[in-house]
Write a protein that binds this ligand. Structure first.
Ligand code: NI
Length: 182
């Protein structure tokens, strides 16, 4: 296993739509192992292949309670697809690819996702609340979409201006607190 660098905004690869996986071979298995290790190291609760610069429809997630040991709820999903969505929820989201920003995003409160596992089983995952949010956030990544794209234009412009200013000054934004990074 190996850690892979996580791309950050405004890397243009983050805007590319990922292609479906046509064969679950050893390269995909390796990608998934690396993504899992990278997600836990970050730490984050989800990671899409797009975020490590690979244009394939693969996501990993582990939405677990503080008391639970990591790994218990680990999901490794290939070609995930939302087949049902219900209700509305607003969640304060952060993203490993969008440093120093959290913002409330409105999404479906419950989703049903169909996907393939690394051992080639077709499964359905039902997610509510944070799991639903994380599944939608990661599948957005595969579409080349960041949660920034779901914010108002004003908020997005403010963030871009702040990042540009920090870049000009040659420093990174101060990371405050520890939000859930998806
Ligand atoms: Ni993200």
């Amino acid at each position: 296993m190996a850690l892979r660098p996580i791309l950050t905004y405004p890397d243009s690869l983050l805007k590319k739509r990922a292609a479906p996986v046509s064969q679950i071979g050893s390269d995909v298995a390796q990608l998934i192992e690396d993504m899992t290790e990278t997600m836990y190291a970050a730490p984050g609760v989800g990671l899409a292949a797009t975020q490590v610069g690979v244009g394939q429809r693969v996501i990993v997630l582990d939405v677990h309670d503080d008391e639970e040991s990591p790994g218990k709820r680990l999901l490794k999903l290939i070609n995930p697809e939302i087949v049902e969505r219900d209700g509305t929820i607003v969640w304060e989201e952060g993203c490993l690819s969008v440093p120093d920003l959290t913002a409330p995003v409105t999404r479906a409160r419950r989703v049903l996702v169909r996907a393939w596992t690394p051992d080639e089983r077709e499964i359905e995952i039902e997610g509510e609340e944070l799991l639903a949010v994380a599944l939608q956030h990661e599948i957005d990544h595969l579409e080349g979409k960041l949660f920034l794209d779901r914010l108002s234009r004003l908020k997005r412009d403010l963030y871009r201006a702040r990042q540009r200013k920090l870049e000009r000054q040659g420093r990174k934004g101060a990371a405050g607190g520890r939000p859930v990074l998806i």
